[in-house]
Design a protein around this ligand. Structure first.
Ligand code: 4NP
Length: 158
């Protein structure tokens, strides 16, 4: 069966989207779904860098491994390669849509559309300038939305 290819996107690809990649990949492994998971940033600031040490540390406390990941920037090919592109915040989504080729068939939306909570703001807050709390909030939001995204695929027998 053809895999569903999922791409998580934030700004730097060192905090939110690699965390989503690590958490969602972990859940995907425990599902019967055939999923391929990656992440990228809209910005070029951190290309080649590992995730932020604070993201690695907070994720590790919950059992997720992400120190092997390397930041990359989203590129035109991604719009043809991936089936589902999930933006961490409204600004990421706007930047992704700005560069989306007209004939891309990828489904592009906010990741927190899959949140189980009634959130006023569907953005995963950028933790880069925050303390440890910010990184734990990111993990809480990502764990919740990842569970529902898995369920979304399962319900559709994808
Ligand atoms: P991310 O966080 O988009 O979740 O990876 C950021 C990382 C770096 C920067 C901004 C946000 N930065 O400006 O370098």
């Amino acid at each position: 069966m053809k895999p569903i290819k999922v791409l998580f996107v934030c700004l730097g690809n060192i905090c939110r989207s690699p965390t989503a990649e690590a958490v969602f990949s972990d859940y995907a492994k425990n599902s019967k779904l055939n999923l391929q998971v990656d992440s990228a940033g809209t910005g070029a600031y951190h290309i080649g860098d590992p995730p932020d040490p604070r993201s690695i540390a907070c994720a590790s406390l919950r059992g997720y491994k992400m120190s092997h990941l390397k930041a990359r920037q989203i590129q035109v090919e991604d719009f043809y390669e991936f089936d589902h592109i999930l933006a961490m915040d409204e600004s990421n989504l706007a930047n992704i849509l700005d560069i989306k080729p007209i004939n891309s068939e990828a489904k592009i939306e906010l990741f927190l559309n899959y949140s189980s909570k009634k959130l006023k703001d569907l953005s995963v807050p950028d933790p880069y300038w925050s303390g440890e709390d910010g990184f734990n909030t990111v993990l809480d939001l990502i764990e919740d939305a990842s569970k529902n995204l898995i369920k979304y695929y399962q319900d559709r027998n994808l």
